[in-house]
Design a protein around this ligand. Sequence first.
Ligand SMILES: [Zn+2]
Length: 195
Amino acid sequence: MVWRVVRPRIGREPPSSLPVIVLDPGHGGGDPGAIGPGGTYEKHVNLAIALAVAQILAGPTLPVLTRRTDTAMSLAERAGLANTRRATVFLSIHANGSEHPHASGTETFHYPGSIRGAALASLVQQRLVAIIGRVDRGVKAADFHVLRETHCPATLAEVAFLTNPEEARLLTDPRFQRRAGAALARAIVDYLRRR
Ligand SMILES: [Zn+2]
């Protein structure tokens, strides 16, 4: 005899069952991050991209932003939010800075020795390079606070260089910000499927 388990039909899963994706726009408040040649602050670029990611991921996941406005937040608070919300994925979003204006391209970080972090970072880097088409600077390991102190797989993306005049123009363009956001959202969906 075969017993079939019949599950009650429910239209939507309760929100608590959705994977929580903590999106962390770097810097904020009195910390502008990198500053572009036109005086653009990295903190604003990071927030615009993070909001684009959140818009795409709302529905299949539960996106949670560490900040939704231009507010200061410590690194410990950012990692702490991911841990108290029991995040499935933590993604910190940055734009790069260099004293050399010709420095350009995309790079993504994970905590040294984190296998799941490296897998996540690699998907983020692949999708970003494929969709925004900047130079591939590779996936790198770094002992960053937000990567070390988060309990879930965590990655930090440096989308492009705000100190490079060409990339600064792109980073401040809302269409480019949405494309970068779409690439990051796609990478997270890829990661959730492959887990
Ligand atoms: Zn930054």
